[in-house]
Design a protein around this ligand. Structure first.
Ligand code: ADE
Length: 323
């Protein structure tokens, strides 16, 4: 591919001049890169900034993360969604402590052994924190490459092609410069800012044609599920319970709920109905339509954990139903 060898010379000065001031760029330790990249996998940069800062203040190193109690982790992750990420993040920290003496390996091949760390995250840690020529191909990078070359790359072939271009001594910035171009110029939604692009002159789809890349896989429609959710109240507390250990939101706290749309008569068996409302939450593969009963109960049934609102970490799907 004739165009790719131009990338470092174009992207590094662009990155020096335009890099956003992001907290995980201040000290590029492997731990900071791991935490930030896992957060950034499904969450926008603007949202991640505060979560990242809080996480690093509360759990400043890999040992702290390995030792953190589950409730603390869930609290630090509350609102970010995809909770499996933080579970894996802790398992990865525990493996680094137990199998690697608390020292991150620098090679992507070794980093791949960590739970929740795939080729992208392994490449990001190896290149950004250790300065190794390890490509990190995410959706942004794939889009940039597809547009520049007007061809349909997959993650592996893009990684192989990029690896050959890594400039000695600048591997860290090269990885981030590709991400930065994708995030700030070669935008995912709406028109890219081609007039500001450092590779405009070599790009096969500059100004026009970018609409065709990357080729999008056909999407299946989301499954709709109807739930009835109960906000059971007693003495300033509400009923919580744990979700099953497998499946959606595995093992997290939830408000009591039942599948399907339950009648007022059914709900009234719990107690006195105070209000009825609707809610909706969109996950990656399913959408919940929720019928919500707010109910004052006579006694605190022992099958639930009764706690003040906000004192236990609740996934957003439930939290947003509360006043
Ligand atoms: N998106 C994913 N990783 C990123 C990073 N390191 N900096 C900015 N945006 C990103």
């Amino acid at each position: 591919m004739k165009k790719l060898p131009f990338l470092p010379d174009r992207l590094l000065p662009f990155f020096e001049k335009n890099a956003r001031d992001l907290p995980w760029r201040k000290k590029r330790t492997p731990y900071a890169v791991l935490v930030s990249e896992i957060m950034l996998q499904q969450t926008r940069v603007d949202t991640v900034i505060d979560y990242f800062n809080r996480f690093m203040t509360e759990l400043p190193n890999v040992q702290d993360l390995a030792d953190a109690p589950e409730e603390k982790l869930l609290q630090l992750w509350e609102g970010l969604g995809y909770y499996r990420r933080v579970r894996n993040l802790q398992k990865a920290a525990q493996m680094i402590v137990s199998d690697f003496n608390g020292i991150f390996p620098s090679e992507a091949r070794e980093l791949l052994k960590l739970p929740g760390v795939g080729a992208y995250t392994a490449g990001a840690i190896s290149s950004i924190a250790f300065g190794r020529p390890a490509p990190a191909v995410d959706g942004n990078v794939l889009r940039v490459l597809s547009r520049i070359t007007a061809s349909n790359w997959d993650t592996d072939s893009a990684g192989d092609a990029l690896q050959k271009q890594y400039p000695e001594g600048r591997c860290s910035d090269f990885t981030e410069s590709l991400m930065e171009l994708g995030a700030t110029v070669c935008l995912p939604n709406g028109a890219p800012r081609c007039t500001d692009c450092p590779v405009r002159d070599i790009c096969a789809s500059a100004d026009d044609g970018w609409q065709n890349w990357p080729v999008k896989p056909e999407k299946k429609p989301r499954k709709k599920e109807i739930q009835t959710v109960y906000i059971l109240r007693h003495n300033g507390k509400i009923a919580h319970r744990r979700r099953p250990e497998t499946g959606l939101l595995a093992g997290l706290w939830e408000l009591p709920n039942e599948p399907g749309r339950k009648t007022r008569e059914h709900a009234a068996e719990y107690g006195k109905i105070h209000a009825v409302k609707q809610g909706k939450h969109i996950f990656t593969h399913v959408e919940w339509e929720m019928l919500v009963y707010v109910i004052d109960v006579k006694a605190e049934s022992p099958e639930y954990v009764w706690a003040e609102q906000g004192s236990l970490p609740l996934p957003t799907a439930f939290r947003k139903l509360l006043p």
